[in-house]
Design a binder for this molecule. Structure first.
Ligand SMILES: [Zn+2]
Length: 81
């Protein structure tokens, strides 16, 4: 039940953060989180507003297709002192 308290966006954020630097298309995100493609796509769109994430055309780390992918920028988003 705990995962139900998280929004889909939270779940995508958590997924991308654990796989920093890897790129995922909406289809693969949907598959990994067991949600509809459309839901994953819409949630991924919202990540664009965050500086910690990027969406661009690239090769999906999971399916290998070149399409719009989302990636967590990782440690570079929080520069070291
Ligand atoms: Zn994919």
């Amino acid at each position: 039940m705990t995962s139900r308290t998280m929004t889909l966006r939270d779940r995508i954020t958590a997924l991308l953060r654990t796989r920093t630097g890897e790129e995922f298309c909406a289809a693969c995100i949907a598959k990994m989180l067991d949600v509809r493609h459309k839901s994953a796509h819409q949630a991924a769109l919202k990540l664009e507003a965050s500086v910690a994430f990027r969406r661009q055309y690239g090769r999906c780390s999971t399916c290998g297709k070149t399409r719009l992918v989302a990636t967590a920028l990782g440690p570079t988003a929080a520069p070291p002192d």
